[in-house]
Design a protein. Structure first.
Length: 320
C-alpha cells in the first residue's frame, strides 16, 4: 500500500487541498491525518519567550549531501538560521556538490573528499559528522546538535527543549561522559541491540565528538549483518570504556545511564527520504522487532519499570 501511495504524488496533493479542513479522512482501511510543513521552511523567528542567549552555546551540525529536490537542504538551513539566530550552524558536506556558495551567508561550510573514505557505507556519515563537530568545537560551541541534510526540525523551541532535557536528566558521576547523549525515537529500535538512532545526536561537544569520533567502521566478520547504527553505538561504548557484550540487559543499562530518547514528533522531525509516511515504524502491522523506543518507553527504562518480550530475544538478529 505504501508503494502505491508514494507512486501517486498528485493524489496526495489533491487529498491535502480537499481535506485540510475535514475532521476525518479515510483511505481504504486507514484513517489519514495531515501535517502541512512550509516548503521553504518556517519564516517567523522566535516568540519573545523562546529567545535566549543560551542558543549561542549551541552549534547545529548538518551533515550529508545537498538534497536538491525542492531545495530541501538549503531551505532547511535557512530555517535554522531564522529560528536560531544566535546559534552557530555548520554544514559538513562533500566536494562536487553544486551550489555551495549559496550557503555562505547562512552557515560555515566544510567540504570533504568522499573518494578517500574507505568502505563508504556508514563511513561517509562518520567522516562528515566528525568534521562538522570538529568545526563546532573550533567555533567554541559548548553543545552540538548533529543532524542530517535530508531531515528538518520544525520545532521553534527545539534548542531550548534540548537544553532543558539535557540539564534535567543528568548523568551519574564516573560515567566518563560530560552528560547524556540525546537522540530521537525515529530508528531507535528496542529489539536491535545498541540500536540508537543516528538521525540526530545532541549533547556536550566532547560527548558528541566521542560518538562521531572519525574512526571508520571495520569489517569484522563476526559482526557481519549488524546494522551500521548499532556499530556506531557499540564503538562509542568501547571508546568510553563501557565494553559492549551484545546483550539486551547491557543495552537497556546503556539507554538508562547514557542516553535520552525524545519523540521525533515532539521535535517536529521530517524525513522525506524513501517515503512521505511519518512514524513509519509505528503504524499498524509493523513487525514487532521494529518497535521503536519512545520517550515514554525510555522513561520506563530509566526508572527500571520496563519489560521486554523474551520470544523476540530468542530470534536471530533482524536486519532493518
Amino acid at each position: 500500500m505504501l508503494g502505491r501511495w508514494n507512486s501517486r504524488p498528485r493524489r496526495i496533493v489533491f487529498l491535502t487541498r480537499a481535506s485540510k479542513n475535514r475532521p476525518l479522512l479515510r483511505l481504504r482501511h486507514d484513517l489519514v491525518t495531515l501535517t502541512l510543513r512550509p516548503l521553504h521552511g518556517l519564516k517567523n523567528a522566535h516568540y519573545l519567550s523562546e529567545s535566549t542567549d543560551s542558543e549561542s552555546e549551541i552549534a547545529i551540525v548538518v551533515q550529508g549531501p545537498v538534497m536538491q529536490q525542492h531545495d530541501f537542504t538549503y531551505y532547511t538551513i535557512r530555517q535554522y538560521r531564522r529560528l536560531f539566530p544566535k546559534a552557530s550552524i555548520v554544514f559538513s558536506t562533500w566536494s562536487g556538490e553544486g551550489g555551495l556558495s549559496r550557503f555562505d551567508d547562512l552557515c560555515e561550510v566544510i567540504v570533504s573528499d568522499a573518494d578517500v573514505v574507505p568502505d563508504r557505507y556508514g563511513n561517509l556519515q562518520m567522516r562528515s559528522s566528525h568534521r562538522g563537530v570538529q568545526e563546532a568545537e573550533r567555533l567554541g560551541a559548548k553543545y552540538v546538535l548533529k543532524t542530517r541534510s535530508d531531515q528538518r526540525f520544525g520545532n521553534n523551541f527545539l534548542l531550548q527543549s534540548l537544553l532543558a532535557f539535557h540539564s534535567h536528566f543528568s548523568i551519574e558521576p564516573g560515567a566518563n561522559q560530560a552528560g547524556r547523549l540525546i537522540t530521537c525515537s525515529l530508528d531507535t529500535f528496542l529489539y536491535r541491540i545498541y540500536g540508537v538512532s543516528d538521525m540526530m545526536t545532541f549533547g556536550k561537544t566532547e560527548d558528541v565528538k566521542a560518538f562521531w569520533s572519525g574512526d571508520y567502521l571495520d569489517n569484522d566478520r563476526s559482526l557481519a549483518g549488524v546494522p551500521v547504527e548499532a556499530l556506531y553505538c557499540a564503538n562509542f561504548l568501547n571508546r568510553i570504556g563501557d565494553r559492549p557484550d551484545w546483550t539486551m540487559a547491557h543495552y537497556l543499562r546503556v539507554l538508562r545511564e547514557r542516553f535520552l530518547v525524545l519523540d521525533a514528533s515532539a521535535l517536529g522531525l521530517a524525513w522525506p527520504k524513501y517515503q512521505s509516511t511519518e512514524n513509519r515504524w509505528s503504524s499498524a502491522g509493523t513487525p514487532a522487532h521494529l518497535e521503536e523506543i519512545t520517550f515514554g518507553k525510555w522513561l520506563a527504562i530509566n526508572m527500571d519499570h520496563f519489560g521486554v518480550d523474551p520470544t523476540l530475544l530468542e530470534r536471530p538478529w533482524p536486519e532493518v
